[in-house]
Design a protein around this ligand. Sequence first.
Ligand code: ADP
Ligand code: MG
Length: 239
Amino acid sequence: MTAIQLNGLSKTFADGTVAVHDLNLTVDNGEFLVLLGPSGCGKSTVLRMIAGLEQPTAGEVLLDGEPVTDVHPSERQIAMIFQNYALYPHMTAGENIGFPLRLRKHERAEVDARVAHLATILDITDTLARRPGRLSGGQRQRVAMGRALARRPRVFLMDEPLSNIDSGLRAQLRAEISALVRELNVTTVYVTHDQTEALTMADRVAVLRHGALQDVGTPNEIYHHPATAYVAAFLGTPR
Ligand code: ADP
Ligand code: MG
């Protein structure tokens, strides 16, 4: 079953910048797809169009087979996190994760149960009572993911979530994010310019250049059989 379908998706900004050009791509239910490419190639614009924060100038986004052109971002059941996520500083980690649920008047017991479940998967059970100021960068990132996933979105979009994280911690968080989204079985599109992240985390990788799709396949396929010289160079495929 296809969770996300991009049909000829294009975005030209008012100043004439062609950010995304005729992108055709599908993401299966529960799949972890990485959108890979250098800065400025259109990755964030693709995510923003999936989320409905930006309207395509041509083409369309389908979620679960339905065009969502007229569906407001808040109705798309999508969670998105960025590199510069902000936690609420006056709330504990646990309150941060539960906040989207309390806002929607979920029962206290249900909120507590869901926070506890996410905290277990994220391995932050011991830090739930602390405020963000007393958490490490990696713990804050995990809390941000917990908060994003609390409402059980059908699609999870991550825009370079590890770019502000120390390189020493990045490998560990890569593994944890992969484990988290697979355990929750949430369809994920993960944006990065880092080929190591793409090759180690993805079920499939889509490589973008100047807003156009260069290649898509499993890490193994695109690394060993890159479609273009550009993809080979970007991935560092030995030749
Ligand atoms: P990436 O996330 O891969 O770095 P972006 O999607 O942010 O790339 O940007 C793709 C291209 O679109 C870049 O050339 C960028 O400068 C341009 N761009 C992004 N947002 C706007 C905007 N609001 N107005 C004009 N150009 C934009
Ligand atoms: Mg970006």
